[in-house]
Design a protein around this ligand. Structure first.
Ligand code: HEC
Length: 292
């Protein structure tokens, strides 16, 4: 029993420190949409996807026809406006990307995104798509605040423009980097048994500093002051966030096409169980009434 408790608490502290180490920006919640608003968002998301992503990322578990039906897009509109590969309405949503060549160009082949909403989750996707920022040290001049050193270029640059970390953010991140180096040195010193007292002091001061500066970063991000636009795109930040919400809801649909139907059915199933429960209760009463 004790071993179990120790194991569980170790797991718990592990997940806590993982969460702490994993500060990523942006880290905003995606608006919740339901009903008609959701369908309209998914339709718009499909259009954004076909125009900007399909060239590199196939959705090969999905057919155009099924997508058109589920998202209430007329088939001729789908054919004329959303299928760029010369494919037919009944085809799988694949592309002609050569995986080997692509891996050469980008350092990694663009993965199929059929299930990406299931594996990464909507929150991650929403922030990843809004997370490209200027970084001249990278091959395409951009990095990503959620997926460090990602091989994907900033394909939505025309829409979003280019954002960069603010000076304040860069300063804070520098401080954190230095403090982390201090922490590593102090830890090593303690391990080697070299001037342990002093090293402990440095360690706790540096850890406190990292905590404080990270809290400041989180605050800046919440206030929308983590990034600033350095080159404007066709959309303003609010419009871009809307567009990314739509795009993620489309990927969410692709990840589980039956989701809406499942939720609708679920309500009926629960109602049935409830109704049947009541019936069973009265039946039981009827059966037992002569025995007591
Ligand atoms: C020019 C080709 C290209 C285009 C266009 C493109 N991507 Fe990518 N994308 C990549 C590459 C390459 C990677 C793999 C990066 C890596 O692993 O370093 C990637 C990775 C991703 C990932 C992360 C996958 C993972 O490993 O979890 C997501 C999500 C993604 N892309 C979404 C999109 C969306 C949405 C669009 C359309 C707005 C898009 N991409 C357009 C090339 C592209």
């Amino acid at each position: 029993m004790r071993k179990l408790i120790i194991a569980i608490s170790a797991l718990f502290s592990l997940s806590l420190s993982a969460a702490e180490a994993g500060l990523t920006f942006p880290n905003d919640d995606m608006p919740k949409l339901t009903g008609d608003k959701l369908i309209i968002a998914q339709q718009n998301g499909a259009q954004i996807y076909m125009n900007n992503c399909m060239g590199c990322h196939a959705l090969s578990f999905q057919r155009y026809k099924r997508t058109a039906t589920d998202l209430k897009i007329p088939e001729d509109v789908m054919l004329d406006n959303l299928i760029f590969t010369g494919g037919k309405i009944g085809d799988l949503m694949t592309n002609n990307m050569n995986k080997k060549a692509a891996a050469n160009w980008f350092g990694a082949a663009p993965p199929d995104l059929s299930l990406i909403a299931r594996s990464r989750g909507n929150h991650w996707l929403y922030n990843y798509l809004r997370g490209f920022y200027q970084d001249e040290s990278r091959p395409y001049g951009v990095n990503n605040g959620v997926f460090k050193d990602v091989g994907m270029p900033h394909v939505l640059e025309l829409m979003q423009g280019i954002q960069a970390k603010t000076e304040q953010v860069k300063g804070l991140e520098n401080d954190i980097e230095y403090a982390k180096a201090d922490i590593a040195n102090a830890r090593k010193q303690i391990e080697d048994g070299n001037d342990v007292e002093a090293a402990r002091k440095v360690l706790s001061a540096a850890e406190k500093l990292v905590h404080e500066k990270e809290a400041e970063l989180v605050k800046l991000s919440k206030e929308g002051k983590y990034f600033e636009i350095v080159q404007e795109g066709n959309l303003n930040p609010e419009e871009f966030d809307h567009a990314m919400t739509d795009l993620v809801y489309f990927l969410d649909y692709v990840g589980e096409p039956i989701k809406q139907e499942r939720k609708r059915l679920g309500v009926w199933v629960l109602l049935f169980i409830l109704g049947f429960g009541v019936l069973a209760y009265f039946l039981k009463k009827e059966y037992w009434k002569d025995i007591h």
